[in-house]
Design a protein around this ligand. Structure first.
Ligand SMILES: O=P(O)(O)OC[C@H]1O[C@H](OP(=O)(O)OP(=O)(O)O)[C@H](O)[C@@H]1O
Ligand SMILES: O=c1cc[nH]c(=O)[nH]1
Ligand SMILES: [Mg+2]
Length: 212
């Protein structure tokens, strides 16, 4: 597994406002959207392309286009949905699948409540969107499923990560074709499994507190 922490002043600037508790939901949504586009620019450095021939108004030449099969983008509901628009703005032809996952607030175990994506991902390049890599339970389970279905290149884009989650991924996904791209690896997790300093509950800050 590889990890890439994007070191860029615009990323740091947007992340600082995102972390600020005074930032309201509409601003938080806009910043998450802008930030994912910047992270996605780095995360798609190895997106697969094919050489094509074209003609400009002046001369024939060659260029590149995204190759087939198209990349699959998988936001992890709920909070990952806040990253989808920013991602598909950069990859408008990507196919989109959905994974609904929730972490039990006491045990911190992740469970899956919805899966809507192709059964066969053989040879597919997949981009998983989840703002928070905390204990890592959610992303490990999500990526295991994608690899079981045949994905051979998985990149997780996270706004924030905790060292504990990165370590779990390194342990559980060792030797697998997985990359994590994030704006920051923070200090630690607190006793409730929240990233410190973090930004709080990403789902709640995007969409309001969830019941049930
Ligand atoms: O690394 P982990 O310890 O597994 O935690 C990370 C997960 O927790 C949050 O989801 P949450 O369960 O709060 O669901 P939500 O997106 O519906 O708010 C977050 O969006 C991640 O998916
Ligand atoms: O800090 C955290 C940890 C998990 N999920 C969140 O939304 N925030
Ligand atoms: Mg949440």
């Amino acid at each position: 597994m590889r990890i890439h922490v994007v070191d860029h002043p615009l990323v740091a600037h947007k992340l600082t406002t995102l972390r600020d508790r005074r930032t309201d939901s509409p601003t938080f949504r806009r910043l998450a959207d802008e930030l994912v586009t910047l992270l996605a620019y780095e995360a798609t450095r190895d997106v697969r392309t094919a050489v094509v021939g074209i003609e400009t108004p002046v001369a024939p030449t060659t260029g590149v286009r995204l190759s087939h099969p198209r990349p699959l983008v998988v936001p992890i509901l709920r909070a990952g949905l806040g990253m989808l628009d920013g991602m598909v703005r950069l990859l408008p032809t990507a196919e989109v699948g959905f994974l609904g996952m929730v972490r039990n607030e006491e045990t911190l175990e992740a469970s899956t409540y919805a899966t809507r994506m192709p059964d066969d991902l053989s040879g597919r390049q997949v981009y998983v969107l989840d703002p928070m890599l905390a204990t890592g339970g959610t992303l490990v389970a999500a990526i295991d499923l994608l690899i079981q279905r045949g994905a051979d290149d998985v990149t997780a884009i996270c706004l924030l990560a905790a060292p504990e989650g990165v370590a779990l991924m390194e342990r559980e996904l060792a030797g697998k074709p997985v990359t994590v791209v994030t704006a920051s690896v923070d200090e630690r997790l607190d006793e409730n499994g929240y990233i410190v300093p973090g930004l709080g509950d990403a789902g709640d800050r995007l969409y309001g507190a969830a019941e049930g």
